[in-house]
Structures are given as structure tokens and as C-alpha cells.
Design a binder for this molecule. Sequence first.
Ligand code: DGL
Length: 268
Amino acid sequence: MSVGIFDSGLGGLTVWDAVTRRLPDLAVSYYGDNANAPYGVRTADDVHDLTQAAVTRMWEENDLVVLACNTASAAALRRMQEAGVPEGKRVLGVFVPLIEALTERGWGDNSPPREVAVNQVALFATPATVASRAFQRELSFRAVGVDVEAQACGGLVDAIEDGDMILAEALVRSHVDALKRKMPKPQAAILGCTHYPLVQEAFQAALGADVTVFSQADIVADSLSDYLSRRPAMATGGSARMLTTGDPARVSDRATQFLRRPLTFEAA
Ligand code: DGL
């Protein structure tokens, strides 16, 4: 079966793109819940219910679904896993691979939390992800003595979805300024939203060259490759489909502009 990548909208294409480049022989499907995006300003219950519905649909054609969306990973993943997933199905999120990279842990290293090289970390994410504190919770299982200052980047996803990169870059500068008022010298910055790699250079420029910026797409692709190498049956066969709950023609246009490669979506 194919592996499915889920996002609230177009941002998860950054992860889909990295995964298809990293694993060119894998059939990688995509599901964008564009009709209900953005998720980042919704309540946790709302995000959970929308994510559960989308993943249930994706399990019809994929044994493994990756929640590329940080907001869904933060607000819904744990609840879905605790409620139990159907036999033979899996759902994974994006926080754990990122935190493993930040804390220099190997895949699935569940040893007790320990001191790590970075101790001042800036997290940029949607309001819902920041409110969930899921990043801090997952980090506390793996590292001690790390200060995390989170900045909710209101408006940024909308500006990127609208293709207004001038506004997006201005918002990045103002959110970085706000973060630096709370934490003047972060050592590392986490771009905790699928859309933010599209303005990564603006984040790096505003933060300064001495701040290490962690962006998820390649980290998730590497981690998925590792995961599938242990479960080869999950990565066999299937055909890739691009699905959206939005208007397929409009989403196809935007997606093609986004990744600068032709993409055709069908109705979910
Ligand atoms: N894709 C979501 C994330 O990674 C952000 C977009 C949204 O708010 O729906 O957090």
C-alpha cells in the first residue's frame, strides 16, 4: 500500500516533496483538508475530530499515515493513539523525529532524559500548537535543562497560503523580534509548522547566522525511511493519489506553484 501524508492544507507538501525525493520508489499519497484549513486557530477538539475523519479516510488506501501537520500532531495524535488504531494501521506525527534530531538521539532511543548541547530553544508554530505544549512535553521525555520559548506566529500560514510572500516575510521578522524580546539569544530555532520551510531564509536572516534552524521536511523524510526499512511490507505496492477536501482545480494550481512541479489533486 502507499504511505499517506496528511496536512490541513498545502504546507505538508514540503514534507511530501522531501519524502518523495528521499524514497523515490515509494508510492506516497497526500491528503490536504483544504476545506477546513487553517487548523492552527481551531480548538484542540475540533482539530482532533477533523484529523480523525481525514486519517480514517486515508486508512482506506494507506496502512501508514504521517501527520505532517504539527497542529494535528500536537492536538490529535496522542488522543488517537490512546483510543487505539485499527488492526494493521499506523499513524505517526512529526514532533518526535524533530526532537530526536534536536537532542541528537537515534530513532526510537527511549533512554531516560539527559543533558543536551542546546539549552535555549525558540519554537515558532501556530497558536494551537503553542497552546498544546506538546513540543515541550515530548522534549521533557528526552532532555533536561532545555528552556523553550514558544512564539505563536499568527497570520503567517494565511499569508503563505495566499502566496503573499512580502507579508509573510514581514510577519516572520515581527515574530522573531517578539521571540527575541523573551529569549534574546536562542541557540536553536524550530520551525514547528509545515508552511514555515517556505520562508526558512527569512527566519534564518532574522534570527542571525549563529542560530541553528531546524526544519522538518528532511528530518521527517529520514526518519520515515528508517521506520520503513524496519517494516518493508508497509512500503510495498499501492498507487499515489493526491486528495483534497477543497476545490481540486484550485488546489492543484496552488500546489504546482508551491513546489514548482506539476501536481494534480482529486476530490477526497
Ligand atoms: N499545517 C499546519 C501545521 O503544521 C499549519 C497550517 C494550519 O494552521 O492549518 O501546524
